[in-house]
Design a protein around this ligand. Structure first.
Ligand code: SDX
Length: 431
């Protein structure tokens, strides 16, 4: 492959250096700017990392202009149609689709780790009943390091594998425990006979006093949403897990940092905010007034579930979820769901509005996901927790990829300093 270089010249000194462009397997070249500080004594400046590749990765590829999302090279549309969340989690972590033996062993390993230590259950009692579940989940995930000292050598591949089994298995159990605490209902233990999605729904909605019938469509729709939320390249929460993990901290602490980052309304918290927005808009005739507020810069109102740092076209996940909404609502007998009708109308109006078209703002993964979560009974307060359960697969994959990389360095960005230069301390009586 041809070597592509960029020549950078410091016009004040005439000094030039040649920067090499690194070639990806697909996507834009990446300019290696590492020599800049040494050769020219300058840093690059890129708030929000709009043009910065923070690492090399083989896990997920996104083409924002074409609306393409590949997990280890497989289009998300194919995985959504044919795979399961646990198989996709295996793919993201190991890089290849499992064969029957590998998948069975993987599923058994996850199933055997779904219970959490009994004393961990008491942590939830320390929260008020109305504590946001993301506060509970981030705290309890971090505390897992206090229970599993036997496998915290992050440079031991077997320990990293056990961490993957444990965190993927326990996230639904932790989420369900937070939910049951909010309801004041008894905690429901995992059932090894159930699939990953069905087990989650059972822990959420079963009560000791009666058998819960889980609708197969509800379990299937949940599994699809978990697949679609499993990974997304170097998004804010995954980058947080990488940065925290780069210090050598234990993986549960790094994942807990990821949960905290995902909670933000600009990121994983948007799915909860979309439902709130739809309920506030109420009816289709209120859409113009709402969009006027969105366009009024003084108002700071965003069209939640719209826009994306990378996708300047349809988020492929949004398209799949929108199509699934129709099937789920029909099968579960909720096809007259007013919020779904309102969301469809809001999308149609926004996509014909110059403000959104000119800024390439399209529905993202969060715009429709809440409709399905609501249809299968998940309350709005738990939407972001569902996102965290799914994204744990991506966080584990990226954490493992980084830790296994012998070139790994602690992440430590520099800055553009515009504060005061050195000055002399003055006595308080003279200030
Ligand atoms: C996720 O990174 C990932 O991959 C994330 C994710 C994943 O799977 O991990 O895909 C999941 O986080 C999806 C995004 C969920 N968030 C939302 O739906 C919240 C609403 N969206 C916006 O906050 C916003 O679109 C972001 C945060 C998603 C992206 O913001 P950017 O890339 O920083 O874009 P920007 O703020 O520079 O916007 C460019 C312009 C601005 O207007 P001007 O200053 O040019 O006039 O578009 C406007 C913005 O004001 N704009 C919006 C808007 N999003 C951008 N205006 C109204 N409503 C919006 N939603």
């Amino acid at each position: 492959m041809t070597i592509r270089t960029f020549t950078l010249t410091d016009d004040s000194t005439g000094k030039s250096s040649s920067l090499e462009a690194l070639h990806p397997t697909v996507g834009p070249d990446v300019l290696n700017i590492a020599p800049l500080a040494k050769d020219h004594g300058v840093f690059t400046y890129d708030p929000g990392f709009m043009s910065t590749a923070a690492c090399e990765s083989k896990i997920t590829y996104i083409d924002g202009d074409k609306g393409i999302l590949l997990y280890r090279g497989y289009p998300v549309e194919q995985l959504a149609a044919k795979s399961t969340f646990l198989e996709v989690a295996y793919l993201l972590i190991y890089g290849e689709l499992p064969d029957t033996t590998q998948l069975t062993e993987w599923q058994n390993n996850i199933t055997r780790h779904t219970m959490i230590n009994e004393s961990l259950l008491r942590f939830f009692n320390g929260f008020h009943y109305d504590a946001h579940p993301m506060a509970q989940v981030s705290a309890v995930v971090a505390s897992l390091a206090g229970f599993y000292h036997d496998s915290l050598d992050i440079y031991n591949p077997r320990h990293r594998e056990i961490v993957a089994h444990r965190i993927l298995a326990k996230m639904p159990t932790i989420a369900a425990a937070a939910y049951k605490h909010m309801l004041g209902q008894p905690f429901i233990y995992p059932q090894n006979s159930l699939s990953y999605g069905a087990n989650l729904l059972n822990m959420f909605f079963a009560v000791p006093s009666e058998e819960l019938q889980i609708h197969p469509m509800a379990a299937k729709a949940l599994d699809l949403l978990l697949i679609l939320h499993a990974d997304h390249e170097q998004n804010a929460s995954t980058s947080t897990v990488r940065l925290a993990g780069s210090t050598g901290t234990n993986p549960y602490a790094a994942m807990s940092a990821g949960v905290a980052a995902l909670w933000g309304p600009s990121h994983g918290g948007a799915n909860e905010a979309v439902l709130q927005m739809l309920e506030e808009i109420g009816t289709a005739d209120a859409i113009p007034k709402f969009l006027a507020r969105v366009k009024d810069k003084q108002d700071h109102t965003k069209l939640m579930g719209f826009g994306h740092r990378v996708y300047k076209n349809f988020d492929p996940r949004a398209k799949i979820i929108r199509e699934t909404c129709h099937a789920v609502l029909k099968t579960l007998g909720r096809s007259d769901n007013p919020l779904f009708e309102l969301a469809l109308r809001l999308e149609e109006v926004a996509l014909n509005d110059e403000y959104f078209v000119s800024r390439k703002l399209y529905p993202n993964v969060d715009f429709y996901s809440g409709i399905i979560y609501s249809a299968i009974g998940i309350p709005r307060s738990m939407f972001t927790v569902m996102f965290a359960i799914a994204r744990t697969a991506g966080w584990v994959a990226h954490w493992q990829e980084m830790i296994a990389d012998p070139a790994m360095k602690i992440g430590r960005p520099r800055q553009l300093y515009t504060g005061p230069t050195s000055r002399v301390y003055t006595d308080i009586h003279t200030r």
